[in-house]
Design a protein around this ligand. Sequence first.
Ligand SMILES: [Zn+2]
Ligand SMILES: [Zn+2]
Length: 264
Amino acid sequence: MLTDMHNHTYASFDGKQSVADVCVAAEKAGVGIIAVAEHFDCDARGGMEHFPKHFEQWLRDTEKAKREYNGRVQLLRGVEVGQPHVFLKEARQIINAADYDVIIGSLHDVSGGRDIYFMNIDDVDAFFEEYFTEMLQMIGTRVFDILGHIDYPVRVLKEKLNGDPSLKRWESLITPCLKALIDNGIALEFSTVLSRCWAETFGIEPWLLEKYKKLGGEMVTLGSDGHVPELTCFGIEKASRVLKDCGFDKTTVFVDRKPQFILI
Ligand SMILES: [Zn+2]
Ligand SMILES: [Zn+2]
């Protein structure tokens, strides 16, 4: 069965779809289990104000969609917490505000609130050293279930990486993060976004998946990070195939914040 654990609705500051839109997109793509995980970021983009404003409506909409699509699509709900290590108190508050199925932890900014999308990165080696060091701190908070899009910066670094999306050069920085995920029972997300930005491949390359597996990792979630109906579930089928080719016969989903394994 196809699964997609990472999507956004109007309850995210940059989401442009309803909860029902997400379920319709899942049905269309043959995805049987789908999650909405809304932004809650400590940053300057309004990521911390937006979700609480829409929270009550979102709870009602997700409850309604769960019932309406029951038997066709299993809808799960959660939050994507950005930089939880920077504002742990607020992150914990939002995490405890509802009975979520899943919490995704993501690094959208590096220290000092610098948004990776708008940073001027000249020295990619220095940048990735900072990025993965901070990622390790974030994993150490253990407040989330899935590490979101490990390859996030690659989306905006086409020129600086000379068109090569591989993260292999930073393997020595990535390995401690993979180990920390495994030690803390946190899943690794296989995000399909990069393949619709500029790279034909995904940021979770076969070497990275194989390394994770070799270290003892078993929990990989798939996520299209859809913010609009036409990109929700994008690339999920292809990502499932890549995952299978790398020796995983199951994807992971989280229900009531507990991992469940789904045969691909
Ligand atoms: Zn994200
Ligand atoms: Zn997201």
